[in-house]
Structures are given as structure tokens and as C-alpha cells.
Write a protein that binds this ligand. Structure first.
Ligand code: GDP
Ligand code: IMO
Ligand code: MG
Length: 425
């Protein structure tokens, strides 16, 4: 088995957790390369539901090695909580989890800045998860961030933390009239957390490259979705990391020539949590109906997700930017009861047709989606296990999507359980 990247093709929550869990069986390593505990990846095994935030979803397979790469931002407290929770559920972590010593750490001031910035933005807020993701990446880029390896060195850690707290306290006081953070308190807390995480830290780029030399296979688990990517998403309504397949290289230390395939995860409709343009967003009644049927509530924040029709402009953009050759379509069952289904094939704006997304928020907020309407199948698909047995109109819907976004559907998901998965021959 080769090295494969799995990337969300919309605005996140496409069902990547379930897809990773299905694919992980055939890989030796499962690796997160970006994002942080803003992610919420759900895996359902039997009657048990697991929500992973930082740890790769492959951890639920007993023999898989899981890696948190250098491109991820780690809140050590959240990581330890996740480890403890998994262990209490009978999942062994020791010897199976490695975290990059180059990964940057999230501190309490990152969370506070995230929250206060959002409040200050008022109506123009991004709707972040308030986990401190953006401010942590900002420190990384401005070269003042604190990495896992810095935490392991008393002198460097104290020096860097002191400088950061001094700077942040000034910013917090001046811009937000916030009283600030105590150096001693954060230092003590993080030195305590260090005891728990130091055993997992290593040079993961070396680990993964050695593994490849030994012909081990690697599954890269993307978080968020391509339209939340810092470069190609609906900026500024994006997250702060490189979500796209390219991020799998920079976020782990693996050369681009080592990636064999990029698989996109696509929901059969579209959802988005947080603010920002959403051309195919439903109006009130349909929103309620699909949100309820699809249980569209955030796995990290519990916020209701905004829902809308399938948007081919969004997925086309993802296929192109990531070089996706294959896609998995999830949550087909959520459309089971609909008599008519719409697919957005283009946007109309100022008299012109656009088939691809642009970074122009003004246009995305004001364009008119061009829809193609198809008949629904009005039949329960949740027990179907082969493509041939799907209702005719469901097959037509999938074939249409495949054609419009010019890629190949390899798997279809019709429920959250492992067995509710159809392999397309
Ligand atoms: P991720 O962030 O991409 O991993 O997705 P989330 O876990 O945040 O959200 C996907 C939700 O849909 C989870 O609750 C899954 O259990 C659920 N899910 C995944 N695939 C299917 C499916 O085919 N049908 C239905 N009804 N639910 C699904
Ligand atoms: P998974 O991996 C859906 C969204 C937030 C907000 C924007 C920026 O489960 O698909 P951030 O806290 O990252 O600065 O917030 O990005 N967002 C997600 N939306 N799924 C996610 O992850 C998300 N992670 C961040 O709602 O709009
Ligand atoms: Mg999610």
C-alpha cells in the first residue's frame, strides 16, 4: 500500500474521521499534518462513538502507529485529556503515538486572544472554534512561537515564555483592557504537562522517512476542509493552516515525490460552521430538515452547522488545488427523503458564469447559484452495501456529481457505522 492523503473537499466535517477509520486498516501509520484541536473527527465502532480532536483517527486500530506532525498546533492540556479519555475507553496509546518536537504549542493567551479578537470584530467575526489556533500559528509565522522541543529545555522555555507573556500582556492590556497572564502560573502548569508529553516527542520527520524506507505505508489525515485553507479557502473566513494536500508534505517532513494519491472526502450536500460566504445555503425550512436528519452539530463546539445544496464549484476547486484523483461521497442517506435535489453547477455574478471559486468574498456573497435539479430516490439507503443495489436516482445523482467535478467516486457512505460503506468497483 502506498502513501495516501485524505483531505476534506468542502468546509470541513465531511466525514473524514469515518473515512480514515475505514482506510486505516490497510496502512501502517496514520498522520495528522495540520490544524489542532479545532478539528472534531467522529468514528463510530459498533455502538461506541469516538470524537478525535488531535490524535489521528487511526488510533482506534490496535496496531497502527499514529503521528502528530510538525504542522499541527498542540494544546498539551487538550492532548493529555484526549489520551486519558481514550485510555479510559480501553485504547492503548503508549508506543503507538509520536508527536513532532517541532510542533508549536498553544498557550492560554492564544485562546484568550482568539476570543477577544472575535468579540472585537463584532459582526465581521470569523466564528472560530476559540481554541487559540489562529494566534498560535501567527506566533509560529512571526518566529516567536514555542515548540514542543522548547518545552523540553528549561532555560529556552522560560526565556521564550517570558518574552511572549510580556508581549501578549501589553497587547491584551492596550487593545482589550485585559489584565494579563502570570508567567509563574503558566510556567508551572506547562512544566507539569511536560512530564506527560515528553515521552511522545521525537523527530517525526525522521521516523516517517525511515518508515518509508522500510516500505511502511502512511495515511495522512487532513483536518478541516479545502475551503477553510489559509491560501485557497474563503479568506479571511478560513482556518490558519495549510489544509490542502501540499500541507501533508510541509506538515510532516515528507517530500512531495513520496505521495502516491490524494483522496477527497465530499459530503453529498454542503455544510459550514462559523461565518463566511456559502452560496448554496438553504433557507429556514430545508436547513432545519437536513440539519436534524444529518445531525449537523459541530463535533468540537456543538454549534449548529449551516447546511446547503451540493456545490460543484466548491468541490471542483478542491479537486484542482489538491490534485484529487478520487473522492469518497458521505452522508448520501441524509438526502433519502427528498423528492427533488439541487446541484449547483456554476455561479452567476454580474451577468457572467463562473465554474470555479475565487477568493472574492463580495462575489461569493452576492452571486446567484445556477442549479441543475434532479429527482430524488425517496428510499432508505442506510442498509445498502453495493452500488448496484442503490436506487436508480441515487446512482444518477452520484454519477452526475462525479461527472461535474471530473473525478472518480471510490467509496460511498450511507451511515456513520463502518458497515454502512459501499465500495465502488
Ligand atoms: P469530520 O470532521 O470530517 O471527521 O466529520 P465529523 O465527524 O465532524 O462529522 C461527520 C458526522 O457525520 C459524524 O457525526 C459522523 O458520525 C457522521 N457520518 C459520517 N458518515 C456518515 C454517513 O454516511 N451518513 C450519516 N448519516 N452520518 C455520517
Ligand atoms: P474538522 O477537521 C469545520 C472553522 C471554524 C471557523 C474557521 C476558523 O472537524 O473538519 P479556527 O478555530 O480554526 O480558527 O476557526 O474554521 N473550522 C472548522 N469547521 N470543521 C472543522 O474541523 C473546523 N475547524 C475549524 O468554525 O469557521
Ligand atoms: Mg469535524
Amino acid at each position: 500500500m502506498s502513501n495516501i492523503v485524505v483531505v476534506g473537499a468542502q468546509w470541513g466535517d465531511e466525514g473524514k474521521g469515518k473515512v480514515i477509520d475505514i482506510l486505516a486498516e490497510n496502512f501502517d501509520y496514520v498522520v495528522r499534518y495540520q490544524g489542532g484541536n479545532n478539528a472534531g473527527h467522529t468514528v463510530v465502532i459498533g455502538d461506541e462513538k469516538f470524537i478525535l480532536h488531535l490524535i489521528p483517527s487511526g488510533i482506534l486500530h490496535k496496531k497502527k502507529i499514529c503521528v502528530i506532525g510538525n504542522g499541527v498546533v498542540i494544546n498539551p492540556k487538550a492532548l493529555i485529556e484526549e489520551i486519558d479519555k481514550l485510555e479510559s475507553e480501553g485504547i492503548s496509546i503508549k508506543g503507538r503515538l509520536f508527536i513532532s518536537e517541532n510542533a508549536h504549542l498553544i498557550f492560554p493567551y492564544h485562546k484568550t486572544i482568539d476570543e477577544l479578537k472575535e468579540i472585537k470584530k463584532g459582526k465581521s467575526k470569523i466564528g472560530t472554534t476559540k481554541k487559540g489556533i489562529g494566534p498560535c500559528y501567527a506566533d509560529k509565522v512571526s518566529r516567536s512561537g514555542i515548540r514542543v522541543m522548547d518545552l523540553l529545555n528549561d532555560k529556552i522555555f522560560e526565556e521564550k515564555l517570558k518574552n511572549n507573556i510580556e508581549e501578549k500582556n501589553k497587547i491584551l492590556k492596550t487593545l482589550y483592557n485585559f489584565e494579563g497572564f502570570s508567567f509563574d502560573k503558566i510556567r508551572d502548569e506547562y512544566l507539569g504537562l511536560r512530564q506527560r508529553i515528553k515521552g511522545f516527542a521525537c523527530n517525526t520527520a525522521l521516523l516517517l522517512n525511515k518508515a518509508m524506507k522500510e516500505k511502511k505505508s502512511i495515511l495522512f489525515e487532513g483536518a478541516q476542509g479545502t475551503l477553510l485553507d489559509l491560501e485557497y479557502g474563503t479568506y479571511p473566513f478560513v482556518t490558519s493552516s495549510n489544509v490542502t494536500a501540499g500541507g501533508a508534505c510541509t506538515g510532516t517532513g515528507i517530500g512531495p515525490t513520496k505521495l502516491d494519491k490524494i483522496i477527497g472526502v465530499v459530503k453529498a450536500y454542503t455544510t459550514r460552521v462559523g461565518e463566511g460566504p456559502f452560496p448554496t445555503e438553504f433557507s429556514k425550512d430545508m436547513m432545519e430538515r437536513i440539519r436534524t436528519k444529518g445531525c449537523e452539530f459541530g463535533a468540537t463546539t456543538g454549534r449548529p452547522r449551516r447546511c446547503g445544496w451540493f456545490d460543484a464549484c466548491v468541490v471542483r476547486q478542491s479537486v484542482m488545488i489538491n490534485g484529487m484523483s478520487e473522492i469518497v461521497v458521505t452522508k448520501l442517506d441524509v438526502l433519502d427523503e427528498l423528492k427533488r435535489i439541487k446541484i449547483c453547477t456554476a455561479y452567476k455574478y454580474k451577468g457572467k458564469l463562473y465554474e470555479h471559486l475565487t477568493g472574492d468574498i463580495e462575489m461569493l456573497n452576492n452571486c446567484e447559484p445556477v442549479y441543475e435539479e434532479v429527482d430524488g430516490w425517496v428510499e432508505d439507503t442506510t442498509g445498502i452495501t453495493s452500488f448496484q443495489k442503490l436506487p436508480k436516482n441515487a446512482k444518477n445523482y452520484l454519477k452526475k456529481i462525479q461527472k461535474i467535478v471530473d473525478t472518480k467516486i471510490i467509496l460511498i457512505s450511507v451511515g456513520s457505522k463502518r458497515k454502512q460503506t459501499i465500495t465502488v468497483e
